[in-house]
Ligand binder design. Sequence first.
Ligand code: 1GP
Length: 243
Amino acid sequence: MSVYERLSDISKKKFVVLIDPDKPTDEQIVDIVDKSKKAGVDFFFVGGSLLLTDSLDHCIKLIKKHCDIPVLIFPGDSLQISKWCDGFLLLSLISGRNPEMLIGRHVVAAPYLKLYGNEIIPTGYMLVDGGCPTSVSYMSNTTPIPHDKDAIAMCTALAGEMLGLKVIYMDAGSGAINPISTEMIYKVKNTVSVPLIVGGGIKTPEQAAAMAEAGADIIVVGNALEKSTEKLKEFADAIHDIN
Ligand code: 1GP
């Protein structure tokens, strides 16, 4: 089964653990992987807005050595490419108006992605204001969609789907104060038919469950688990229970 087939099986809500390869030690990665296996995590996303070390390959190989959970690159820039991943979210930052993030970086990355034979997931990536400036907003030089402008989010997602993008990822940015509202999630979900990924600032299993209930097919949690993996299983159960 391809990674995209797994992502688009919307009969079951999915839980994604995001790992910034710069941050955890090898022991911490193995611990997260171990807990993720037990909790039934569906995917790992690996990447960051700005990486300071050459740790992407190592991180992916370490995860794959310890489990069969698919590992997708969630790239912060065109340097974040690896032949070891199971899939690559080719992000088009459709909430912004920066041509580099819509096509420029993709041109640079394309020959390497072809060489490595990565499975490509064309992704409409939408940044939504999460109540504070985020690394991704600064690094991408784009303005997020205002938190309460549901119509802009709906039309942006719809345009992304019409352009042929295969998933929509709504992100408040890592460490956002406010996660994306359930109202916006509900409206976007009812506007497009491709799978909907939601992340950014999700701090509790209850918030994650509310987002899945509102229509998110795939929920991404990073920061909250970097601080402590104690609630990893609770997050997984809360998300998987919504069906
Ligand atoms: C950010 O959606 C991800 O791109 C996850 O955000 O780290 O805040 O969970 P957090």
